[in-house]
Design a protein around this ligand. Structure first.
Ligand code: CUA
Length: 334
């Protein structure tokens, strides 16, 4: 177990995670930094123990090996109070050195009240997507959450169905989301960027793909984003998009909300699709483009196994194209 954090660190920086926005060893916020310090401390102590034990072991193996011509069994030593006290006290001291900062950091992240100017964002975990709501502004989004930089953001979380967990490696985590109980995590992004998030509690078939993104903007850009989402542009513009809007009203709004689309918001079972074209990914998994959206509508389960969206394979290719056109026109106001 000793070498695991080091190996993990190496994997996170070198393997599939070439994108620096998902690295715990390159944090961009105070929580991520505090957690990285704990990782360094634990790795340091474990490395020290491994090295000391290995050196003593190798020394003993060589120093007390059987020599040529040796005929008798060496003197057997049993019991040494001094040694036993020593190797009981050393681990206790090491565990205390590990425990004190771990407990203080954890309590600090967990209990410290949010500053008054912290932005509150409600997070709901669903199998297998993320709902984000800005209660002050009346704005809702899914799978991508926008935040201002340099400001504390208070995420208040709960789960809709089973336990999920919220983790943004570069910013910090992890925080469980439970049904019927609010949990919270206060994060801050120091610089603008896209930070990958993951569900880290095994929650079903789609767990591994229950991804989200935190998109951090400078405060004025963030304010502009919120304003553009308050009055989204949700009317189909081209003939084809208007046809798509009708099809969406017939097929999708039982589960998906689209604000300002000219009908009452019905469903909240699926992700909010307001300003959908501005999302970088579909379902948090594949790039948001016409081709991927078509594939998603025809067979969502091929993209994200176990998700609750039915396949719309009863629609003709032309109807799917119209829906794609409409969804890909959905924007915030300019
Ligand atoms: Cu949600 Cu794993």
């Amino acid at each position: 177990p000793v070498a695991i954090p080091g190996v993990l660190g190496a994997l996170l920086t070198q393997s599939g995670c070439a994108n620096p926005s998902i690295s715990v060893v390159d944090p961009t916020g105070p929580v991520g930094r505090a957690q990285l310090n704990l990782i360094y401390l634990a790795t340091g102590i474990m490395t020290l123990v491994t090295v000391v034990v290995a050196v003593i072991y190798i020394y003993v193996v060589f120093r007390f090996r059987e020599r040529p011509g040796q005929t008798h069994i060496p003197e057997q030593v049993e019991g040494s109070k001094k040694l036993e006290i020593l190797w009981t006290v050393i681990p206790i001291v090491l565990l205390v050195i590990l425990a004190v900062p771990t407990i203080t950091t954890t309590l600090n992240i967990d209990r410290k009240p949010a500053p008054d100017d912290a932005i509150r964002i409600n997070v709901v975990g669903y199998q297998y997507w993320w709902g984000f709501e800005y209660p002050g502004a009346g704005v809702t989004t899914a799978n991508e959450v926008h935040i201002p930089t340099g400001q504390k953001v208070k995420f208040i979380m709960k789960a809709h169905d089973v336990i999920h967990a919220f983790w943004v490696p570069s910013l910090g985590g992890k925080q469980d989301l439970s049904p019927g109980k609010n949990t919270r995590l206060i994060l801050q992004a120091d610089k603008p960027g896209v930070y990958e998030g993951k569900c880290t509690e095994l929650c079903g078939a789609g767990h591994a793909l229950m991804n989200f993104r935190v998109i951090a903007h400078p405060p004025d850009e963030f304010d502009a984003w919120i304003r553009s989402r308050k009055k989204p542009d949700s009317r189909g513009k081209s003939v084809m998009a208007r046809e798509g809007q009708k099809l969406v009203a017939q097929n999708c709004i039982g589960c998906h909300a689209i604000r300002n689309a000219g009908y009452r918001v019905l469903g909240k079972k699926g992700p909010d699709l307001t300003a959908f074209s501005e999302r970088t990914r579909i379902a948090g998994v594949i790039d948001n483009n016409d081709k991927n959206l078509t594939a998603w509508l025809k067979n969502p389960h091929a993209v994200k196994p176990g998700n609750r969206m039915p396949a719309f394979d009863h629609l003709s290719d032309k109807q799917i194209r119209a829906i794609v056109r409409y969804l890909r026109e959905l924007k915030g106001s300019s």
